[in-house]
Structures are given as structure tokens and as C-alpha cells.
Design a protein around this ligand. Structure first.
Ligand SMILES: [Ca+2]
Ligand SMILES: [Ca+2]
Ligand SMILES: [Ca+2]
Length: 344
């Protein structure tokens, strides 16, 4: 090899390595030094009806909204990786951070850590990925007026894949064939009625908690033999609980045909407790946030995140589809770089 060419290659290699190492050390601007990557405050928590309501976290007599918020923080704040359950449709948690999670252009910005997993033995071997995918809709707020709280007009919703088009979900036809309601409703509202008493015999399980929605549907949230505590949040005031939001298509299908093997299918992207924690599709780009007209808004970052259970469906012995959360990570503080979706 010619000496000059060798020297040239050596210098090029050096420059390449140097440039790469510079890139890795580059810090995301706007994040104060010492910021926590994790949840540092819990502002509100109201699960809907569920098998784990009053259990994750545990309600004890005398607990208030404030003490329940503190229990949630102890469970999922500061990277503790405990678990909370949001119960059925509309149950929610609102959390905050010690800094603004920046919206880095072209990158995903945070990840909601949860317990979604795929089933290992779906009787339908050609089926798309699914198992226990219990999507929660994610809302984000940028504290534009810097008053330290998320004001009503500061909230925007992350438009996940079903927000784009339910028919693009890989399991769409299977859900249609199973008789599921595969529509998405952006103005959904459900009311749950506080039970007068806990059932004292199994005959009353099927008519446990009455509910109705604003689409003309009604029914009962059922009790099962596995969980004995009240499924109605006991610190809530009043005799009913009305919860609102975007209701996602029903993604649960009984693949056995005999009520024994329910598969809750994965939406393509953009929800909590929907994709396994190690996959890129469990991470969210703040640029996916939309306003009430479903137009993209260009937020500089987010200070608060709200997550609510997005599906209203009972899946036989498995019970209701309910979003669980174990934490949230600011990917930029952790130095994790994940490209946004290519078609966005
Ligand atoms: Ca981003
Ligand atoms: Ca504010
Ligand atoms: Ca779950």
C-alpha cells in the first residue's frame, strides 16, 4: 500500500472515531444537571372498577386521595418499579417530573414501563403478537404558564396507532370476527355506580357493579372468586364515578373458543402497557401529541403525564382489560437514543 494512502486512511479513521465519541458525549440541551429520569410526583390517581383496585396500591381504612397519591409515588416513583393498576376504562394516574422532558426532534422521548407480555401458546399460530396487552392512553402536558400544575388547556393526547386507523391493527379482522366493538370513540364517557354492599354470595357476582356509557351500552362489572376486596375505589366520594376519554377498539379475543384462552392483542404503537418494555414501540415521541381536533401540536417538552385505561372489555376469567404501570423513564436523561417511527 502506498504510504500516503495509508496515512490518509489512518487520519480518516481517527476522525471518524473522534466524531463518534463526540456524538455520544453530547448532552441533550435544556435538562438541568442532576435531573431524575423517573417520576418524582403523583398528582392524582383514580382507578376504575377492577380486580386490583384497592390492592395495587392497597387501600386502608382512613386513606384519602392525598395518601393514595403518596402510595402510588412510593410504588412507581423514583425507579422503585412497584406496580399500580388503573382498573377498567377511564381509570387514571397523573404524574410529574423534576424537570421538563424535552421533545428531541426525530427521537422518542420517554417510555412507560409496564407489564405487557406475549402469550407463548396461542392456539392460532399465525396470529400477530398478543398476550397481555392492556393499552393505556397517554396524555402529556407542557407547563406553558409555568405555574407548576397541569392546567386543563395544557393537556394533549398522544395519538397512538388506533388513533390513526383501527383497521390497520394486525388483529383487526380477528376482533371483528369475534364480535368485538372495534370502533374508536374520542368522546367516550362511562359511569360506574357504587355497589350498595359487597356480594355475600356467588349469585351476586354477575350483577356486581352497574355501568352505562354515552353510546347506549350498559352492563355490569363482575366480581370473581380470586379477588375478594371491593373493586370500587373506596376513597372516591359520591355514589358514582364518571370517567371520560378516548375509548380504543376491543383487542381481547378468546382464541380457544371455549372461554379458556384469551389473547389481548398488541396495538402497533403509542400506548402504555401495550408493548414489552425492551421494545422500541414501548417508547413515545412527544411529537405524536395532538389537540382535540386531532391536529399535531409541537410541544417543546412535557412536565406532566396522565395515563388512563383505554379499553372497556371483560375477558372471561381474566377479568377486565386494565392498564398497569410500574414507572416512566426520560430516555434523554438515561442517554437512550431511539428514532421515532419512520412514517411519522
Ligand atoms: Ca421527540
Ligand atoms: Ca400550568
Ligand atoms: Ca397489564
Amino acid at each position: 500500500m502506498n504510504k500516503n494512502i495509508f496515512g490518509y486512511l489512518l487520519i480518516s479513521l481517527f476522525l471518524l472515531v473522534f466524531a463518534n465519541s463526540c456524538q455520544k458525549e453530547e448532552l441533550v440541551p435544556g435538562i438541568p444537571e442532576g435531573s431524575s429520569a423517573y417520576i418524582t410526583k403523583v398528582l392524582d390517581f383514580m382507578p376504575a372498577i377492577g380486580q386490583f383496585t384497592n390492592k395495587l396500591p392497597v387501600y386502608s381504612e382512613g386513606d384519602t386521595q392525598e395518601s393514595m397519591n403518596q402510595k402510588v409515588l412510593a410504588a412507581i416513583g423514583n425507579n422503585k418499579r412497584g406496580m399500580i393498576s388503573l382498573g377498567g376504562f377511564g381509570g387514571y394516574v397523573v404524574v410529574g417530573f423534576d424537570h421538563t422532558i424535552p421533545n428531541v426532534k426525530g427521537k422518542r422521548d420517554f417510555r412507560v414501563i409496564a407489564n405487557a407480555f406475549y402469550s407463548a401458546a396461542n392456539p392460532d399460530s399465525n396470529a400477530p403478537e398478543g398476550g397481555s396487552c392492556e393499552p393505556g392512553v397517554i396524555m402529556v402536558a407542557y407547563d406553558a404558564n409555568k405555574n407548576g400544575v397541569p392546567d386543563d388547556n395544557e393537556w394533549y393526547e398522544i395519538a397512538g396507532s388506533a388513533h390513526e386507523d383501527p383497521a390497520k391493527e394486525l388483529w383487526y379482522q380477528e376482533a371483528v370476527d369475534a364480535g368485538n366493538d372495534v370502533n374508536i370513540y374520542y368522546d367516550y364517557e362511562i359511569t360506574y355506580h357504587r355497589p350498595l354492599a359487597e356480594p355475600d354470595s356467588q349469585d351476586q357476582w354477575a350483577t356486581y357493579i352497574r355501568w352505562e356509557d354515552n353510546k347506549g351500552n350498559s352492563g355490569y362489572k363482575v366480581k370473581n372468586g380470586l379477588h375478594k376486596q371491593s373493586y370500587y375505589p373506596l376513597w372516591a366520594t359520591g355514589d358514582k364515578l364518571t370517567l371520560k376519554g378516548t375509548r380504543l377498539p376491543q383487542n381481547g379475543v378468546d382464541e380457544s373458543g371455549a372461554g379458556s384462552y384469551y389473547v389481548l392483542y398488541k396495538f402497533r404503537y403509542g400506548y402504555a402497557d401495550n408493548e414489552t418494555n425492551s421494545k422500541d414501540e414501548s417508547a413515545i415521541d412527544i411529537s405524536w401529541a395532538v389537540n382535540k381536533k386531532r391536529q399535531k401540536v409541537n410541544l417543546p417538552g412535557v412536565d406532566f403525564i396522565k395515563i388512563y385505561s383505554g379499553v372497556n372489555q371483560e375477558n372471561g376469567w381474566l377479568g377486565e382489560c386494565s392498564t398497569e404501570i410500574t414507572g416512566i423513564e426520560d430516555l434523554h436523561v438515561l442517554g437512550v437514543s431511539i428514532e421515532t417511527r419512520s412514517e411519522q
